[in-house]
Ligand binder design. Structure first.
Ligand code: ATP
Length: 305
């Protein structure tokens, strides 16, 4: 598999403030990598370093093996970047703007029209080519921001908070677009919303105060066997331990438990069994993955149990 991006010991200080420290990162073709973290975690700084619009204090970025600091023009040919505030020109029409971006990217005159059409088509903008940018909805402006980032068909796409400020329908459409674009490139995006990265990313890195606190695969660390239970009364714990479909039971508090189902058993089996033996089941929910635990711990939202 191609390694599209490799960042090594990447750090950036602003004055004495370390905005990003010692980040190691790789991105492969077809992968959508999510940078997750609360406000000020260092996400935008990291993306700006990877996009080559900000220089690192130390460390190195390679794009398809090309050193971004030594050969920036060559490396940036393979990069598309959507900054936090898309660089749109509100008074231009969509076609004019994309043509302008294509020329900035050095696309030859004879390929300008086809490049603009292809980027519009990919981003669902076919019908708004003649519309002024300031009359587009926020969702369409965000699509246009992505269209300018892919106009030169880069292998790496860097998207800073692409769904920020969109309504749920626009978010769903943009997620589908991101997954579609990932078929032939690698994508790194940032978000401070956990379900957002869980929905669209294959791999997630959590940043906190400029450091990587988690790096993993969200789908892989969710076990269908792990559940959390809250009972109606503390003394019912013994009955829970006697349940046939459970392999392990650990008490978290006097009425909350983390349980492991036996192979072949489902949550529905557990619910049925508990109701049959007269246990008041107040909550039954999938146990949080490592990703969710790290995220909620760092953002201070973890409930006491
Ligand atoms: N140009 C700058 N000058 C000084 N400090 C900066 C600069 N850019 C970022 N910072 C600081 O670096 C830290 C990381 O900022 P960054 O914008 O990368 O975080 P973020 O995770 O993208 O946050 P948000 O979700 O709010 O956009 C913050 O403390 C921020 O104040």
């Amino acid at each position: 598999m191609d390694t599209l991006v490799r960042a090594t010991a990447l750090s950036r200080h602003f004055g004495r403030h370390p905005a990003l420290a010692d980040v190691e990162l790789t991105l492969d073709t077809g992968q959508v990598l999510g940078l997750l973290g609360p406000n000020g975690a260092g996400k935008s700084t990291c993306l700006r370093l990877l996009a080559g619009v900000l220089a690192p204090s130390s460390g190195r970025v390679q794009i398809l093996g090309i050193d971004l600091a030594r050969q920036p023009r060559l490396a940036k040919r393979q990069l598309g970047y959507l900054p936090e505030r898309p660089p749109l020109h509100p008074e231009l029409r969509v076609n004019e703007y994309l043509r302008f971006c294509a020329r900035l990217r050095g696309i030859p005159r004879e390929r300008l029209a086809s490049s603009v059409d292809a980027a519009k088509h990919r981003c669902g903008l076919d019908r708004v080519g003649h519309q002024r940018i300031d009359t587009l909805s926020k969702g369409y402006q965000q699509r246009l921001g992505i269209a300018q980032a892919i106009i030169h068909r880069p292998r790496v796409l860097i998207l800073d908070e692409p769904t920020e400020g969109l309504d749920p329908y626009q978010i769903r459409a943009l997620r589908a677009l991101i997954r579609d674009l990932a078929h032939d490139c690698g994508i790194i995006l940032s978000s401070h919303i956990l379900p957002e990265v869980q929905a669209v990313c294959d791999r997630v890195m959590i940043l906190h105060r400029g450091r990587v606190r988690y790096d993993g695969y969200p789908a892989a660390d969710h076990s269908p066997h792990l559940w959390r239970i809250r009972l109606g009364a503390p003394e019912q714990g013994e009955r829970l331990r006697a349940a046939d479909c459970l392999d392990q039971v650990s008490a978290l508090t006097e009425d909350r438990y983390r349980v492991v189902l036996k192979d072949g058993a489902s949550a529905a089996d557990l619910a049925r069994e508990l109701v049959t033996v007269g246990v008041d089941l107040h909550e039954l929910q999938p146990e949080r993955s490592d990703l969710e635990r790290v995220f909620f711990d760092l953002t201070g939202a973890e409930e006491s149990a």
